[in-house]
Design a binder for this molecule. Structure first.
Ligand SMILES: [Zn+2]
Length: 226
């Protein structure tokens, strides 16, 4: 496509097919192909550019009036004068964005989605059927959900409950990690403590926190729901 400026959107990744040159300070990034070997240092800070590989996930083109002039695509301006439309086109590799996110962010046994494309933000895992904490744990988890629905209705609408309680917590936690919910709230053994303590997996930080109901709500209130 010909026209004016174009921008590539790349995610740095070792398996990528494109070669990129980046300023270590983040001022500048370009595909080697577009530089014709002329640029070796950052135009802003002068630091040497370092080379990395990248996966292209999007490409935008500014077309200006190249096509609108041919098709005579005009609109009335604020001054009520006919004016040629400015055009652009936006190519986003939808499936490639998913694949590249997994490649760049995930670990060996868990997917880490950016919250914008996570299937759900939150997964609740109640105790295993027949366990000592089954009844109390399920009721307490429900109470966390009710309070969440009050305090953070958007997040509550972006939550799932894994009620396959015939499975162990460990099995369901593994599945949750493979599906990549950013947060997993587990009612494990410690829900029988006073006050009850929940296990919260912060998938993207790769850490597990032990929190009371209030602590869970406080943590989740910082989550940005897309
Ligand atoms: Zn720089």
């Amino acid at each position: 496509i010909e026209g004016g400026a174009s921008h590539e959107f790349q995610l740095p990744a070792d398996i990528g097919e494109d070669r990129l040159l980046l300023c270590p300070q983040g001022h500048f990034a370009a595909n080697v192909e577009t530089l014709h070997g002329e640029q070796t240092s950052c135009p802003e800070c002068g630091e040497k550019l370092s080379e990395t590989k990248g996966i292209e996930v999007g490409h935008t083109f500014y077309l200006g009036t190249k096509y609108s002039s041919v098709a005579n695509a005009v609109f009335s301006s604020a001054e009520n004068k006919p004016q040629l439309a400015e055009m652009g086109c936006y190519g986003l590799g939808v499936t490639r964005i998913l694949a590249a996110s997994i490649e760049v962010l995930s670990t060996e046994d868990s997917i880490r989605w950016p919250s914008l494309i996570a299937p759900y933000q939150l997964c609740f895992i109640p105790p295993k059927r027949g366990s000592r904490e089954e009844e109390e744990g399920a009721a307490l988890l429900e109470r966390v959900y009710d309070e969440l629905a009050q305090a953070l209705p958007q997040l509550a609408g972006d939550a799932v409950l894994d009620d396959r309680s015939q499975l162990t917590i460990g099995k369901r936690l593994k599945d949750a990690q493979r599906l990549g919910y950013p947060y997993v709230v587990v009612a494990g053994k410690r829900v029988c403590e006073d006050p009850p303590v929940f296990e919260v997996w912060d998938q993207n930080a790769g850490e597990v926190l032990f929190l009371t109901k209030e602590g869970v709500i406080e943590l989740l209130s910082k989550v940005q729901v897309p």
